[in-house]
Design a protein. Structure first.
Ligand SMILES: Nc1ncnc2c1ncn2[C@@H]1O[C@H](COP(=O)(O)OP(=O)(O)O)[C@@H](O)[C@H]1O
Ligand SMILES: NC(=O)OP(=O)(O)O
Length: 311
């Protein structure tokens, strides 16, 4: 049986066009639970990591709008809030589905910190899209009033961006491994982990949102996972994505991936980080990394679909 890390995109939990109500997120998670429970039923050890881009941006706005009555919190605390919030939804929905299917397993969320370097150049240039999508007109109104940075996000509208340093260490790695070794399925490293720096040996939260694909790759390598599945909105990675000559790829070497990246085939705010994360996993000794959609997970485990990135 295999140890499998499943990285679920934040945009799978709040889908395009949805506002992000709890009911919407619950429904999306019910849909995601089936294929993951299939793997648990087959005896695989499963770690679920998840994005938090939409949720952490919404939490930030909530804090900003309420600041005349209650204190605002730093972004890393909002990151922690989203781990608790999303972890709770996953635990409850998965447990309910397990009971229905007679799967006798426990699932638990680990609040996870990811160490980043305070010198990471990412602190000087924000790239991570968070929160809702805005029209160009609405975005321009906000920019005229406030010193915020936005980017166009993969043809879906404009989103606010924040710094996204690279994770270098998962603080709670031992806790995660202990749970896994005791047969408990784990939700961890949500939103890439809460960003912290080490200052004279002490951990301190820092204003950023880490890319969950990089953090998932790091976690997967650190716990010696057999498989890393990066689950997103497409069954396969493509070149010429969205164009009449789109070509879906079943396999891609690191060399090809780097060349396609140079050609601009994988945008920075969407597919780019997933490809880089896949490469990171392989560079750290990982063997199997596949990008696919959650509904195709079982087929991808059986090698029938998805895009496998290889050395
Ligand atoms: N070359 C490509 N091949 C496949 N999908 C691509 C490509 N370039 C951009 N995309 C888009 O990127 C999306 C994945 O990025 P995103 O939605 O930001 O990730 P997440 O699932 O982690 O929220 C895909 O669903 C697809 O719409
Ligand atoms: N933190 C993070 O990478 O979230 P998304 O997957 O939602 O962008």
């Amino acid at each position: 049986m295999s140890k499998i890390v499943l990285a679920i995109g934040g945009n799978a939990i709040i889908k395009e066009g949805q506002k992000g109500t709890i009911e919407e997120q619950q429904q999306n998670l019910v849909e995601s639970a089936g294929p993951v429970l299939d793997l648990m039923e087959q005896g695989h050890t499963v770690v679920i990591t998840h994005g938090n881009g939409p949720q952490v941006g919404n939490t930030l706005i909530r804090g900003e709008m309420a600041k005349s009555v209650i204190p605002e919190y730093p972004l890393h605390v909002y990151g922690a809030e989203t781990q608790g919030n999303i972890g709770y939804l996953i635990q409850q929905i998965f447990k309910n589905e397990m009971v229905k299917r007679n799967i006798n397993k426990t699932i638990a969320t680990v609040v996870t910190q990811s160490v980043v370097s305070s010198d990471d150049p990412a602190f000087q240039s924000p790239t991570k899209p968070i929160g809702p999508f805005y029209s160009e007109e609405d975005m321009e109104k906000i920019v005229a009033e406030r010193n915020l940075t936005f980017v166009e996000d993969a043809g879906r509208g404009y989103r606010r961006v924040v710094a996204s340093p690279k994770p270098v260490r998962i603080v709670e790695k031992e806790a995660i491994e202990t749970l896994l070794n005791n047969g408990i399925s784990v939700v961890s490293t949500g939103g890439g982990g809460i960003p912290v720096i080490e200052n004279n040996g002490k951990l301190e939260g820092i204003e950023a949102v880490i890319d969950k694909d990089f953090a998932s790759a790091l976690l997967a390598a650190e716990i010696n996972a057999d498989f890393l599945f990066i689950l997103t909105g497409v069954e396969q990675v493509a070149i010429n994505f969205g164009k009449p000559n789109q070509e879906n790829l079943a396999e891609m070497t690191v060399e090809d991936a780097l060349r396609y990246m140079e050609e601009g085939q994988f945008p920075k705010g969407s597919m780019g980080p997933k490809i880089e994360a896949a490469i990171l996993f392989l560079q750290k000794g990982g063997k199997n990394v596949i990008i696919t959609s959650i509904d195709k997970l079982q087929d991808a485990v059986e090698g029938k679909t998805g895009t496998r990135i290889v050395q």
